[in-house]
Design a protein around this ligand. Structure first.
Ligand SMILES: Cc1cc2nc3c(=O)[nH]c(=O)nc-3n(C[C@H](O)[C@H](O)[C@H](O)COP(=O)(O)OP(=O)(O)OC[C@H]3O[C@@H](n4cnc5c(N)ncnc54)[C@H](O)[C@@H]3O)c2cc1C
Length: 431
């Protein structure tokens, strides 16, 4: 970390995008003593990590769980963000298969007494779990996740089980578009250290990072969409919806793939090919749970998710419940929003029959962009040809997914920019 003396001019940096990638990198850069301006096109910071408070129920934009062994967790702790919340229960979980619910084994006793798996399947499952952390993900980069699943098990129910766990850990339903390397690494991460549901939702992360950034004299420009960037006289010129042009020594684009690509088009960047991953999110505030011991369910023969997040974290008024239901979408998903909502309602009837009479409030989001760009072959993004420019986001990592990819790539972008800024001797100034 560098501390600039007052005699020396202080380099300035523009960070574009106020989601977790932008907020964490802007905070780190401002802590290092740079003058940082954070541009965000919407009214408030947070991007996909925002949480809405509706009648006292904290609804994240879709079910959000923070991986305890992941890069985001470690970075947020280093930045002094308080991570209060709890791990979801491992023993009140269910599998749904052919309209029946079965216990999802969370310990050996539940596995031994499982009505779903045969004795032979139980044996293979225990062996697989015992060895799962030893699998070397680096050796799987030539396989898709679906090919990998087929290699792991011969029994159909075990293949369905592993597929559902990969969907849960990655949000990806098209397993043939997902690399086995990323799937395996993400699964190992979730099985090893589990996840946290956060008190008050992910907004807490956004609020704390913002406070930290402001404390280090960071400047925030909300409602300011950046429309173009270009290098001028050794500086980066930023044009935005505020109609003002500003110049910076360095620039960090912390944007989803599609928005980043728009700003980079003039430079003809060599970006990885891939596709975005979407999901349906349905959040419910319930006065009570008709079946209080059913806190989590995963579809095996359908790509559905159910979880009572308020059972672990403070997310609802006292003795009430915040529930997330989701559907993992494929790229060619058919069906209207209304049809999908009806499917999910019918599925919820099997898990929490009578939920309608407990409903206080709900929010249905039919198409959420969960991963802005999933490359078939994992590639980290480095732009060598544009000095003073770095990119970060959920599509910029060859190791991680989701917010771990956003924050890990933000860390790399910050290191890259700090090395670049250290090479500058005479600072030019913004007009
Ligand atoms: C339904 C759902 C469930 C999820 N569950 C999990 C989970 O369980 N675990 C997990 O780790 N992750 C999860 N994620 C992913 C996680 O939310 C994201 O990876 C992370 O929040 C992305 O942060 P980001 O900063 O990279 O991008 P974003 O949050 O998308 O932030 C980008 C920001 O840039 C702004 N912007 C765009 N264009 C411009 C412009 N031209 N000028 C200025 N600003 C601009 C946008 O308004 C936005 O605020 C989930 C996401 C969804 C949608």
């Amino acid at each position: 970390m560098k501390n600039y003396s007052t005699e020396k001019p202080i380099p300035n940096v523009a960070v574009i995008g106020g989601g977790l990638a932008g907020l964490s990198s802007a905070t780190r850069l401002s802590q290092s003593g740079y003058q940082v301006t954070l541009y965000e096109k919407s009214n408030t910071l947070g991007g996909r990590a925002k949480t809405a408070n509706i009648s006292g129920f904290h609804f994240n934009y879709g079910p959000h769980a923070l991986y305890r062994g992941g890069s985001a967790y470690q970075t947020l702790e280093l930045l002094g963000v308080e991570l209060s919340g709890a791990q979801p229960s491992l023993t009140k979980n269910y599998l749904s298969f052919e309209n029946q619910l079965y216990v999802l084994p969370g310990n050996l006793w539940q596995l031994a007494t499982s009505q779903f798996f045969s004795w032979q399947e139980k044996y293979h499952l225990v062996r697989w779990l015992a060895n799962s952390q030893q699998i070397d993900a680096n050796h799987l980069n030539h396989l898709s996740a679906s090919e990998w699943v087929s290699q792991q098990f011969h029994h159909r129910r075990l293949k369905l089980w592993l597929t559902a766990l990969i969907r849960l850990a990655t949000y990806v339903n098209d397993l043939h578009t997902l690399s086995a390397e990323i799937a395996c690494r993400q699964l190992q991460l979730s099985l090893r250290q589990g996840v946290l549901y956060l008190d008050e939702g992910w907004q807490k992360l956004v609020t704390e990072l913002t406070k930290n950034f402001k404390h280090h004299k960071g400047e925030i420009k909300c409602k300011t969409a950046v429309s173009s960037i270009q290098p001028v006289d050794g500086l980066w010129q930023v044009e935005s919806s505020s109609q003002k042009v500003a110049r910076y020594n360095a620039i960090l684009l912390a944007l989803p793939y599609q928005e980043c690509k728009k700003l980079l088009i003039p430079f003809k960047p060599d970006l990885p090919t891939g596709q975005s991953v979407h999901g349906v999110s349905w959040e419910l505030g319930l006065s009570h749970l008709p079946k209080p011991k059913r806190l989590f369910a995963l579809g095996l023969d359908n790509p559905y998710y159910f979880s009572v997040h308020s059972a672990s974290a403070h997310l609802a008024p006292k003795s009430q419940h915040t529930v997330h239901v989701a559907k993992y979408l494929t790229g060619d998903e058919q069906g209207s929003a209304m049809e999908i909502k009806q499917e999910l309602e019918e599925w919820l009837d099997t898990i929490q029959p009578g939920w309608k009479s407990a409903l206080i409030t709900e929010r249905f989001l039919p198409k959420m962009k969960i991963i802005s760009h999933l490359a078939a072959i994992p590639t980290a993004v480095f732009l060598h040809k544009l000095p003073g420019l770095a990119v970060a986001g959920d599509w910029c990592s060859d190791k991680y997914l989701l917010c771990d990819a956003s924050i890990e790539s933000a860390n790399e972008a910050v290191s890259k920019l700090e090395s670049y800024l250290a090479t500058l001797t005479n600072y030019a100034y913004a007009s």
